[in-house]
Ligand binder design. Structure first.
Ligand SMILES: C[C@](O)(CO)[C@H](O)COP(=O)(O)OP(=O)(O)OC[C@H]1O[C@@H](n2ccc(N)nc2=O)[C@H](O)[C@@H]1O
Ligand SMILES: Nc1ncnc2c1ncn2[C@@H]1O[C@H](COP(=O)(O)OP(=O)(O)OP(=O)(O)O)[C@@H](O)[C@H]1O
Length: 312
């Protein structure tokens, strides 16, 4: 499919400069995330009603690219989105001021005491509303890019509290790899990867993606009613499958075709399958395609990490 470029509506409350003054451009490739385990506990009022989590995050090598370019002082910000699969971000009712990358830019501007005079471009490859943390990846990429663009040199540990104000997954997305998340998902602890690698949670991954999106709050609300399946490492899996049954069939097919692990990614509806070799990958792809159990298949590697590049 030919990629479409969507230029977002200009912000009415701020003057947009037609001539941006480029001092530097920083591009960050930020990977998607999945949850190798996701244990969901009770809700907490002090977290805005969010649930207590104990999760093992894993970054998966499907990357969005966020490019940040300095603009003239007072020029304000701009946002451009590119990509073949923009989901509800392509809708005319999508408000760019609510885009996670823009919220991240504003959070950095506030923390640094600066104006958000930055042009952002997001090349989206992570499916939207898919349980793959695409918005969180874009926010994390923006924090990393602006940190570099403004020469702040803040450490990841200094950036994490800013990321935590934006969402549960964002602190993890700053570093990628594997990590444990507790609290509402925002408290990140390093873990020894060897056991996960030995269990087959590394190497080749197939992502089964869908045109339809699932709303994360709706999946949590459904979980509150249906609970977790007896053997589910991801407590949101039964809720996501009840809302999107094709994902359940895709999990069954991937396991039958020899995937070492196949599960709902986060809040779904995407399915992630870890495969031990190329022959198994081909069998899973064939099974998914023949029965039309997914709409799109993305091949990737895990674990993955953000990549920061300064182009000027
Ligand atoms: C499903 C996961 O991706 C698993 O890592 C996360 O729990 C959700 O991550 P996220 O989208 O970054 O989450 P947030 O933006 O903080 O919250 C979105 C919504 O998800 C629900 N939510 C999220 C995190 C959490 N610990 N409990 C929740 O109930 C709430 O309805 C919340 O309003
Ligand atoms: N930069 C962004 N990329 C993707 N979605 C965004 C972005 N900014 C805002 N959103 C909105 O956030 C919603 C969730 O999108 P996202 O791709 O982050 O889903 P998700 O991975 O299922 O989220 P979660 O992290 O809650 O599991 C979408 O409805 C989308 O409109």
């Amino acid at each position: 499919m030919t990629p479409v470029a969507t230029r977002m509506r200009p912000l009415p409350v701020q003057e947009q400069s037609s001539q941006s003054h480029t001092t530097a451009t920083v591009s960050v490739d930020c990977p998607a995330k999945t949850n190798l385990t996701l244990h969901v506990g009770p809700t907490h009022d002090e977290w805005g009603g969010r649930h207590e989590l104990d999760t093992i995050y894993c970054a998966v090598g499907v990357y969005d690219t966020v490019t940040a370019t300095a603009k003239m002082p007072g020029a304000g910000f701009s946002l451009e989105l590119e990509g073949a699969h923009l989901g509800d971000l392509a809708s005319s009712s999508s408000d760019m001021r609510r885009n996670h990358a823009v919220l991240a830019l504003f959070a950095m501007a506030q923390a640094a005491g600066r104006d958000p005079d930055v042009a952002l471009t997001i090349t989206k490859r992570i499916p939207v509303g898919a349980g793959l943390g695409g918005g969180s990846a874009d926010a994390a990429a923006t924090l990393l890019a602006v940190n570099q663009l403004w020469g702040l040199n803040w450490t990841i540990e200094q950036l994490r509290p800013i990321a935590a104000t934006l969402g549960a997954d964002m602190p993890f997305c700053l570093s990628g790899g594997y990590a444990q998340g507790t609290g509402f998902g925002e408290r990140i602890t390093a873990i020894d990867p060897q056991q996960l690698i030995d269990q087959g949670f590394a190497g080749d991954v197939l992502v089964g993606a869908y045109q339809s999106q699932l709303s994360t709050p709706e999946v949590y609300r459904t979980f509150d009613v249906v609970g977790a399946g007896a053997d589910d490492r991801n407590h949101l899996q039964a809720a996501a499958i009840s809302l999107h049954p094709r994902s359940g069939h895709a999990i069954d097919a991937a396991r039958e075709a020899g995937a070492r692990h196949a599960f709902i990614s986060g809040s779904g509806p995407s399915v992630v399958a870890f495969v031990p070799d190329d022959a198994t990958a081909q069998r899973v792809i064939e099974a998914w395609r023949t029965a039309e159990l997914v709409d799109r298949i993305i091949r990737a590697k895990a674990p993955a990490h953000p990549i920061i590049g300064v182009t000027q």
